[in-house]
Design a binder for this molecule. Sequence first.
Ligand code: NAD
Ligand code: ZN
Length: 357
Amino acid sequence: MKFRNFKMVGYVVFGRGSFDQLDEILAPNRKGDAPMIFLVDHFFEGKELVNRIPLRGRDKVIYADVTYEPKTSQVDKLADQLKQEFGTISGIVGIGGGSTMDLAKAVSLMMNNPGSSADYQGWDLVKYPGVYKAGIPTLSGTGAEVSRTCVLTGPTRKLGMNSDFTPFDQIVLDPALTTNAPRNQRFYTGMDCYIHCIESLEGTFLNEFSKSYGEKALQLCQEVFLGDGEWTDAHDDKLMMASYAGGMSIAYSQVGVAHAVSYGLSYLLGTKHGIGNCIVMNHLEEYYPAGVAEFKRMVEKNQIDIPVGICKGLTDEQFDTMINVSLGMKPLWENALGKDWEKIMTREKLRALYERL
Ligand code: NAD
Ligand code: ZN
């Protein structure tokens, strides 16, 4: 038995208003007059938050277009642009949801690694550390702030650059930044965390490390999405810590069926991660009976619509593409169903599941 020896985030600050410590946090990480690049979710263009970014010298704000989830071509273009404009930079600060977190991680790595980010989609392929990178989430749930991956859609696959060089050097967890997120978006991204917990806690890879974080994250999700009363600051605080703990839980285990199936949807139909997971979770009673029942209560209580019928009218070829992408996520299936998963999740069974979505 070989135990995973995983790299964690370097520094963590948590607290409402901690964003305003950014100047102080970045100062020792500046290299001469090389600029700090702030990669900001395009939602914040023209918003007050941008005026609070501590720009110095040649620092630059770049808005990240996250209309679609990050692509390797988008990462390569951003890194090339920065190399041409500045040569070297002090670092990258990603401010936004999971998509912006992942873009910031990937661009940091591509500042110091040759070729295309598509060359590094996989496990431990990245050769050199990236430039300094900090992550500041404005949505809670993905766990991208703590993970050792950055999920990218490339020419042939949707897969992260998983490596010890991928985690952030610094994260700033300021729940006030998530306050204005739209209700639906907050729910979908929050459910990503809830689903991480269920998949981790019900998985065969579970150990006490994952369980400790997973149980705490699950409890926080329950308080947030099943509690009574109006949404308050305390909800945002809890959900941000749930995301962190949920991410820590899967760092030492794995996700499961909902993610494996949702990756197929995302690859073929461009379905986004949070909502895609919800669409799938809605139909997974067979695998996670208690989790799915509770998920449905959360959907109802928060008055969220989960799309149905999204695979209607797809061709055999399209179903095959999704099945191939999904069955390619071997560690996820093994975590969910055990070593003999291939005997349980046959192509026919998976096709029937996709047809129900
Ligand atoms: P997102 O980053 O894709 O953003 C969704 C939408 O919310 C965007 O339109 C964005 O502009 C907007 N937004 C962001 N913050 C906002 C705010 N405070 N107020 C209003 N709008 C805001 O959403 P997400 O669910 O956080 O992230 C999904 C992405 O994360 C996917 O690309 C997925 O692959 C990735 N992911 C990564 C990991 C990892 O470990 N690296 C894990 C899970 C998911
Ligand atoms: Zn997820």
